[in-house]
Design a protein around this ligand. Structure first.
Ligand code: ZN
Length: 273
């Protein structure tokens, strides 16, 4: 088989009736699992706490995080036959972790890692833009400089890691897809202050690259509402790093072909495939 142009043509995904929601073949799933284990092993330190959350989360937690104000267009609701439900679909693996960090941090702060199914109600369903997908994330809560340094070091490490997979990687300053005109200033401010970086690779097209990992300095955006405090009583900062597993797997298929058995030996060795 030849390298696919994306999800529509990729024999590794099983499209369903809803655009942007796909199943996967066993071969593709093995790649996703290998990527998850590889990223986890590369990022985990003695300090890292491993936590797990379900693919639904408290609506209240998401409201407190500001998500409904910034990204109402991306939210996936959960409905019940009777009344309103108090849960929503988790939009990024890190969101359920912030209430878990509430309280006073130990010296040096805390670091978590989590993996999860995420849902974003994306308006476009072009290849590589799945609505339901998995992310392996790392979250740091600590003093401001510690979080920024950790995030910056992760951009370098992420770039080096992905280049080992034979992917041409570009790093870019980015912004979140805030809702509405009123939020445009937020996006401009985020870019100007370099709060979000992305690693982008060839996936849908050679011209417009696709983000496969993001590196976010939240400053006190989460620490304030969730009351995450430094040992001296000051408000902590948080940062997170997330790798989109389906997108990475699709980028590998695009770069090396549908059959992982035919990928370069160095890549298969790297991922223990
Ligand atoms: Zn995150």
């Amino acid at each position: 088989m030849t390298a696919a142009a994306g999800t529509a043509a990729c024999a590794c995904l099983i499209p369903g009736e809803a655009p942007g929601v796909a199943g996967a073949t066993g071969a593709f799933e093995r790649v996703v699992e290998a990527l998850r284990a590889w990223i986890f092993a590369a990022g985990r330190t003695d300090r890292t706490e491993v936590v797990a959350f379900p693919p639904v989360m408290s609506r209240r937690t998401l409201e407190r995080s500001g998500y409904l104000a910034g990204f109402p267009h991306l939210l996936g609701s959960v409905h019940g036959m009777e009344g309103e439900t108090d849960v929503v679909l988790t939009p990024a693996a890190c969101y359920p972790s912030y209430p878990h960090l509430t309280g006073t941090l130990p010296d040096g702060g805390r670091e978590l890692t989590m993996f999860g199914w995420c849902y974003r109600h994306e308006a476009t369903h072009e290849p590589g833009r799945l609505r339901s997908f998995r992310i392996q994330e790392f979250v740091r809560a600590a003093e401001p400089e510690t979080c920024t340094r950790w995030r910056d070091a992760w951009v370098d490490r992420g770039e080096e890691l992905l280049s080992r997979l034979g992917l041409g990687v570009r790093r870019e300053i980015a912004s979140d897809p805030f809702f509405g005109r009123g939020n445009r200033l937020l996006a401009a401010d985020q870019r100007q202050r370099r709060l979000k970086w992305e690693l982008q690779v060839v996936l849908r097209s050679d011209v417009e690259l696709t983000a496969v990992a993001s590196f976010n300095d939240h400053e006190d955006h989460f620490a304030r509402p969730f009351e995450i405090a430094l040992p001296d009583g000051g408000t902590a900062h948080t940062a997170c790093v997330g790798f989109g597993l389906e997108r990475l797997a699709l980028a590998l298929v695009r770069a090396h072909g549908d059959d992982p058995g035919g990928w370069p030996a160095a890549v298969r060795e790297e991922l223990a495939l």
